[in-house]
Write a protein that binds this ligand. Sequence first.
Ligand SMILES: NC(=O)c1ccc[n+]([C@@H]2O[C@H](COP(=O)([O-])OP(=O)(O)OC[C@H]3O[C@@H](n4cnc5c(N)ncnc54)[C@H](O)[C@@H]3O)[C@@H](O)[C@H]2O)c1
Length: 309
Amino acid sequence: MKVAVIGSGVMGPGIAQVFMMGGHEVALNDVSEKALADGAARIRENLDLMHGMGLLDKGSGDYMPLLTTTGSLREAVEGSRLVVEAAPERPDVKQAIYNELDKICAEDAVIVSNTSSFPLPDMFPDFRPGRFFVAHFFNPPQVIPLVELVKSDRTDDGAVEWLKKELEACGKKTVVLTGYKMGFLVNRLQTAMMREAFHLIRCGVVKPEDVDTATVAAIGFKSAWQGTFDTMDYIGLDTVALACGAIFPDLSNDTGVPEMITEKVREGKLGVKTGQGFFNYEGDRGAEVLKRRQKVLLEQLKLWKKYMS
Ligand SMILES: NC(=O)c1ccc[n+]([C@@H]2O[C@H](COP(=O)([O-])OP(=O)(O)OC[C@H]3O[C@@H](n4cnc5c(N)ncnc54)[C@H](O)[C@@H]3O)[C@@H](O)[C@H]2O)c1
């Protein structure tokens, strides 16, 4: 089938790559020629990296003919059975795109947004009711297996089921949320953990680096292979009940943005992209960290493919 991906920023190219690796033709659209050229270059590079690491049988030369890049939205969606919107997280920008899409998409096209936060089908109820919903990929989308699909009671179940099967055929795992909750599933779990981490740091019992050591050396190490409920069964539910009774009342229920973050933002310390955040990424350090992250995630994907898919 042909898939249109709208937006060639951080997420669009990786999403395009997912469908290319599944053997589909993809038209990548953006208002910026540079974003399209950079996006295509990143796809080529990532395909070759994955091929070199034994994750793909074929290299970029075999996949790239499946990709077209275009500044024309009409050209991108023409003949597309699926349209994935990955434009900036601004409702006004998204609305302008949907107004256009409504005029030019095939009647039976399935249209999804990669939004991280908005209940878009509720915000734009007249836009392709039933056939427009959320498909939330994770960064980097060509690597992280999960896609969250979020439907409401107005969504066409057949459209969700169809996309679920298509994504699974492209090697993805899906979870379907049957209602909108701010942050969907993964970001809610993650922010709950962040809130508790900030709380413990404020209490003075740990530092950020301790939280990170605990996250990767215990929680993450196990969570890659054992889910939350699976873990509870393994611990023993009587023990879990005792732990919940003792720990839940002591957990943070703060609702404000932690001062530690607002302070960093005020100082312009935004993380890897500015060279400093909670940790230091100045000089070559930022590039090194990103390179290592990409390599390690691909090694993890190899294990995932071996044991979990
Ligand atoms: N960045 C992440 O880690 C991440 C993760 C999951 C979901 N998301 C979501 O994915 C979506 C895209 O995020 P991103 O980080 O890739 O954004 P981004 O800003 O990096 O990229 C957006 C791209 O859309 C292009 N664009 C702007 N207006 C357009 C238009 N009218 N038509 C076509 N293209 C247009 C921009 O030129 C840009 O290249 C957002 O909804 C975001 O919330 C982001």
